[in-house]
Design a protein around this ligand. Structure first.
Ligand code: GMT
Length: 377
């Protein structure tokens, strides 16, 4: 198949899923065309079946706001026509599904068919889509999509409840490449000493540091753990709440044990170094960062929110707590870190969950099958 993919190329779960999906599909023989505002950050140096088309946005002085959605629609239509794309797959409803809808209409006027699929990732529905000004257009674009997928059952339900959409939504979960995300003993032995001494526990957080991630809670939980045992925390990512997290680390006197690494491309090399992941989010439609850690045998201390319980079974492959209950999260983490056998059993269960339910080898064929069904409509 010849597939066009559009996503936010910046640091975020939807861009990661879209990019990894394109890479996996190309490896299975499909021709992929990324149509994005800049090159997605995990795409650099990939194989020849992957093409990248930048969307140029002219900033004529008259425009108070550059019309990105229109530039994207034009580029989608051009690329689809030139390369004879079979379909477009857009990740994150706003504004990508609206642009795809326009591109489809532009080609229809020339007698060409261009089906498009919208994948909902979370904040496009739970936060942004519920802004009154975005709701009607988002709902319209979802209904006009030839196919709609959501990354968890929770997100599927909340889309139907909040938007009242009638178009069927297929749940296709987030996925992880279990050959890339794994705990390699030699790598861990060689790299872990860079971040922690042998007697220290290593915790990790990975996100875009937006308010919904509650990064201040990450530091608060960690400070309680560090008061009980030697420990360090790796904070991977960057975003608006980074300075609030840094302030909290200073306030709690743990700044020398909390390492802010900023945005990192090689998270598959960093995650396996940790003993536990902290993901105390206000909302996660799925929680891709926790899945990536779990594939590396790192269980997560997480919140019971959104689609997270579809990934983490409390007490089996991780621990779930109420949002904001830093005391309970810290107590749970400390007990787990002290119980080596339980920690090892949970690490093994985390890896097993990733392999058996969310491995790319299981999920990518579901997308291929869905594409075929949409094309056959
Ligand atoms: O979490 C974010 O802020 C980024 C956001 C995105 O769309 O880039 O992530 C969402 O999509 C991920 C991939 O499908 C999911 O794993 C995340 O749970 C989801 N984030 C939220 O729902 C807050």
């Amino acid at each position: 198949m010849k597939i066009g993919i559009t996503c936010y190329p910046t640091y975020g779960g939807s861009g990661v899923v879209a990019t990894e999906l394109g890479i996996e599909l190309a490896a299975r023989g499909h021709e992929l065309h990324f149509i994005t505002s800049s090159q997605p950050f995990r795409l650099a140096g990939r194989d020849k079946c992957i093409h990248y088309h930048e969307v140029p946005v002219s900033n004529y002085p008259l425009f108070e706001f550059p019309p990105y959605e229109l530039a994207l629609a034009s580029r989608m239509a051009e690329v689809a026509e030139y390369y004879s794309l079979d379909l477009l797959h857009v990740h994150y409803a706003i504004p990508h599904s609206v642009s795809a809808m326009l591109a489809q209409q532009m080609l229809a006027a020339k007698g060409r068919r261009l089906p498009f699929i919208t994948t909902l990732h979370g904040t496009d529905i739970t936060l942004v889509g519920l802004d009154a000004s975005y709701l009607p257009i988002t709902r319209f674009a979802i209904e006009q999509s030839n196919g709609v997928t959501a990354i968890s059952e929770h997100l599927r339900q909340s889309t139907i409840n909040s938007f009242g959409t009638v178009r069927p939504i297929e749940v296709i979960y987030n996925f992880v490449n279990c050959d890339v995300y794994r705990a390699d003993r030699e790598h861990i032995a060689a790299t872990r000493p860079t971040y922690a001494q042998p007697d220290e526990r290593l915790l990790v957080h990975l996100s875009n540091f937006r308010p919904v991630k509650r990064v201040v809670d990450v530091v608060s939980v960690f400070a309680r753990i560090a008061a009980e045992m030697p420990a360090r925390l790796l904070m991977i990512g960057d975003g608006p709440d980074r300075s609030a997290a840094e302030w909290q680390a200073m306030r709690l006197g743990v700044q020398d044990r909390v390492h802010f690494l900023g945005k990192q491309d090689n998270v598959h090399e960093l995650l396996p170094l940790a003993d536990l992941m902290l993901m105390p989010s206000e909302m996660e439609s799925f929680g891709l960062a926790a899945l990536e850690a779990m594939a590396c045998r790192v269980p997560a201390i997480a919140t019971r929110t959104g689609g997270v319980p579809e990934l983490i079974e409390d007490g089996v492959n991780g621990l779930l707590f109420p949002i904001g209950d830093v005391e309970a999260m810290a107590t749970g983490a400390i007990a787990l870190l002290r119980d080596t056998d339980r920690n090892a059993a949970m690490a093994a269960a985390a890896r097993k969950t990733a392999q058996q339910r969310f491995c790319s080898t299981k999920i990518i064929p579901l997308y291929e099958d869905y594409y075929q069904r949409v094309l056959a409509q």
